[in-house]
Design a protein around this ligand. Sequence first.
Ligand code: ADP
Length: 422
Amino acid sequence: MLLGCIGDDFTGSSDLANTLTKGGMAVTQYSGVPKGAPQAGVEAGIVALKSRTVPVAEAVRLSLEAAEWLLEAGCRQILFKYCSTFDSTPEGNIGPVIDALMARLGTTHAIVCPAFPAAGRSLYQGHLFVGDRLLSESGMENHPLTPMRDADIRRWLKPQTTGGVGHVPAATVFRGAEAIRAAILGEAEAGRGLVVVDAIADRDLLEIGRAADGMALVTGGSGVALGLPGNFRAQGLISGAGAPFTGSDGPAAILSGSCSIATRGQVERYARDGHPVLAVEPEGLLSGAVTAQGAAEWALSAIAQGAVPLVASSAEPEAVREAQARFGREAAAGAVETFFAALARALTRGGITRLVVAGGETSGAVVEGLGLPALAIGPEIAPGVPALKAEDRPLWLVLKSGNFGAEDFFSTALSALKAGRP
Ligand code: ADP
């Protein structure tokens, strides 16, 4: 294994897997820190954690455990992958995890670059944009768990880290890999080792990737991985042959626990197109009025009639705030996540072979609930979203991060998982 990746959620990890697969690396995504040695032939291993919103100490412990396993597997570089909207709170978990990885790897510097231009995330003058909106005006300011109220990534990161926060502005990035590398080392020397690096287009990320050659630690969104396979290729270390992937046209279901704007549009569209949709909310789940068993029965009877049902807790910010005020943020989210994990188990027991999940935390809960140890990576369905196949059973998956995908994403994803298509 050459490149060792630690993802702070499951959808983000499959987004990264997608980028590295397209870059010609043989990629396997693990759910949590694997036991035992990896199988041969894996060039990039991604340990997907559900550490984005767990307590800081837990995120640090899990990330260090993952790093240990990856280093043991022979990795020469560690990539810590977080969301391209830099999902975090003033406490963490991005800063504390970077601090811990820097200490473990004995490095003075780490690139911090959440930019992902293909999905509209660009970083300019230290500020993160989603399309033409500042991050803090993009809808992310209403996120149920990590409301992003400041688009200045340097300022947002500062209280999360014990290290200094540096910056490489776009003007330097445009001058290419050598200038970027020199600027990063300069910032580190000045005591600002967590270096936010601007990127507004894929060509910037390719230069940043080249600049990162040989650096022990790189952190960012999946975009920052664009240029990394090239470094290994230049040294003749990767084969460039991707593993073959075939899909399934078996029974399918969609689960959505994402309340992001894009997902809400996709849920509405799916309902408008006449598909069966079951809406659930924390109140019903916490009171016991709605159960995973009941939802599974509803979904399986729709499947028996040839439909692909969608079960969604996706709600408007107002409704999310209300539920959080009534039950507490953790309890509301926990009830929804436990529900989707149990529902996914019941549906796979009921025979489904295709499962589309919307929401990063939700996907983590589902994949953990199903106990899927490793996922093979298939073709890209939408920017940042690949088709996936469980390595230990006949189950094909799509894990979609909240803001990804066009309005008809659910239908697109279902047909992309069909046999022969991918
Ligand atoms: P995204 O990828 O859009 O951020 P996530 O699944 O990561 O989606 O996060 C959404 C969080 O909101 C999850 O923890 C989920 O359990 C929680 N959630 C989902 N629906 C509701 C709701 N109706 N009310 C409160 N919280 C909710």
